[in-house]
Each structure stands twice: as structure tokens, then as C-alpha cells.
Design a protein around this ligand. Sequence first.
Ligand code: SF4
Ligand code: SF4
Length: 55
Amino acid sequence: MAYQINDDCIKCGVCASECPVSCISEGDAKYEINADECIDCGNCANVCPVDAPQA
Ligand code: SF4
Ligand code: SF4
């Protein structure tokens, strides 16, 4: 079960630089996680200032 980024994302970009498999990219409205590559490590959730990445 991959993490998903919800609409609370403020597009700060911190999560993308902390993802060990580089599966987070900037989308139009928010950052997005490639579910096929996410390894469920939780780094993005840990560093996000608004708790947007959810398991
Ligand atoms: Fe990347 Fe880990 Fe977040 Fe998945 S849970 S998107 S692997 S930082
Ligand atoms: Fe969005 Fe949180 Fe990632 Fe920043 S760290 S881009 S607010 S999901």
C-alpha cells in the first residue's frame, strides 16, 4: 500500500528530496507519489510540515 499525498500539500518540495527511491514529483495542484515505486518507508510523512502524505 503506497503512500498518497492529499490536498493539504503546499508544494514545499521537501518530501521529494527525502524520498529514497525518488518516486515523488511535482504535479499541477500538489506533489504526487508514483505508487508503483513507493516502498512505504514513511520519510515523506515524517518531513512534511502539513501531514499531507498518508499511508
Ligand atoms: Fe518515497 Fe518513502 Fe514516501 Fe514512499 S513512503 S513516497 S518511498 S518517501
Ligand atoms: Fe507537499 Fe508535504 Fe511534500 Fe511539501 S512535504 S511537497 S507539503 S507533501
